[in-house]
Design a protein around this ligand. Structure first.
Ligand code: PLP
Length: 405
């Protein structure tokens, strides 16, 4: 029989957050070990419950949600998303500008599939949420990573963005608030990005899935609200702000200069139709979520669970000799730097594997986020404080005697 190989399209496509180390963790579990998984931003297993009114509404609508919906999504959900961005000051948007998807993940792939031709370049932050790089590669584009500067609170380096633009550059991606760094970009920075995009006619794509998870009174600015002459794609959803990642409910909004993007929008509509529609029962969660009580606000203020966990994780990581971490202003991750020289580290993935084997804690190594230099890891600070404290003590214990061979 002939061997069945993966398609050439998957050459260069990788998503290491759920890569080989997860397999190693599963093997350890099969041997009977308990692994503390701080590798995925999935709030529910850590006791973050969905707001009650969302569950009630989904259950209430279940009997009438048995058929396909409109390919772009149910009307009430799209109206709610439209209103949300009107409140965030995006001008001239209508229901037709909103596409509901099975999570932001599906929409990222659709957005790239509809946009890219062979060799089109897309500027992507480094470090990034790696689905962006993977989706560009899968869509036969070329991901070009721009530097985010740890010394400048992980803000994008505008000079590096400029230096990486070529005649093939089609779009720039922002992840704001950022995964993995937790950076939340200032209005001034976003205005600089707009200036560059304007000079080079770039599509501006902004992944804002953590836009309500903000600490220390940090304000989130939606870049699409800052200009009307460029074409913008904004994405967000319910997985993080409303803690219902399993519902797979997300949205994509097109705005700004839609006239220049008519064909692209037609392409998006076609891709949306090809997959019929997003999961209908969970589309009912969107209006209730956006229009209901914003319980996320209680989690991120002083004394709120997420804020306390963010403070504890940042403080404890910075107390470990050889580890440092810029305090995240948003999202649910600490992205920590490891002094590679001190621990003789040449392979960050091996470091995470060694930590897993010795301490039974699962993190993600920096290179998985398309960061080519330095040694880093990402820790999800979703566990309750007691468990988080024990976990970081164990990480400290690991580094107190670690030397890579
Ligand atoms: N974008 C970013 C920046 C993320 O961190 C994630 C998930 O971790 C996603 C998109 C995907 O989210 P969804 O659950 O909506 O597919």
């Amino acid at each position: 029989m002939k061997k069945i190989c993966k398609s050439n399209k998957l050459e260069g496509v990788c998503y290491d957050i759920r890569g080989p180390i997860l397999t190693a963790a599963r093997n350890l579990e099969d041997e009977g070990h308990r692994i503390l998984k701080l590798n995925i931003g999935n709030p529910a297993p850590f006791g973050f419950e969905a707001p009650d009114d969302i569950l009630k509404d989904v259950i209430h609508n279940l009997p009438t949600a048995q058929g396909y919906s409109d390919a772009a999504g149910i009307y009430t959900a799209r109206v709610a998303v439209m209103q949300y961005y009107q409140q965030k000051q995006i001008k001239h948007i209508s229901v037709d500008d909103v596409f509901i998807g099975n999570g932001v993940s599906e929409l990222i792939v659709m957005a790239m599939q509809a946009l890219l031709n062979d060799g089109d370049e897309v500027l992507i932050p480094s470090p990034d949420y790696p689905l962006w790089t993977a989706a560009v590669s899968l869509s036969s584009g070329t991901p070009v990573h721009y530097r985010c500067d740890e010394q400048a609170d992980w803000f994008p380096d505008i000079d590096d963005i400029r230096a990486k633009i070529t005649t093939n550059t089609k779009a720039i991606v922002l992840i704001n608030p950022n995964n993995p760094t937790g950076a939340v970009y200032s209005k001034a920075l976003l205005e600089q990005v707009i200036e560059v995009a304007r000079e080079h006619s770039l599509v501006v794509i902004s992944d804002e899935i953590y836009d309500k998870i903000l600490y220390d009174d940090t304000q989130h600015h939606c870049i699409a609200a800052l200009a009307e002459d460029l074409f913008f794609i904004t994405l967000s959803g319910l997985s993080k702000n409303y803690r219902i990642a399993g519902f797979r409910a997300g949205w994509l909004v097109v705005s700004g200069n839609k006239l220049i993007a008519k064909e692209y929008i037609d392409g998006l509509n076609m891709l949306a139709s090809m997959r019929m529609c997003a999961n209908v029962p969970c589309q009912y969660a969107i209006q209730t979520a956006l229009g209901g009580y914003q319980s996320i606000d209680d989690l991120v203020v002083n004394g709120g669970r997420l804020k306390e966990q963010r403070d504890l994780a940042t403080k404890m990581l910075n107390q470990i000799d050889g580890i440092s971490c810029v305090a995240p202003k948003g999202a649910m991750y600490c992205f920590a730097k490891v002094d590679a020289e001190k621990f003789n580290i040449t392979n960050d993935e091996q470091m995470i594997l060694d930590l897993l084997c010795q301490e039974k804690i699962l993190l993600v190594h920096g290179k998985a986020f398309n960061l080519k230099t330095g040694c880093y890891f990402r820790l999800v600070f979703l566990p309750h404080k007691d468990q988080l404290k024990t976990a970081i003590e164990r990480i400290g214990n690991f580094f107190s005697h670690y030397k890579q061979v």
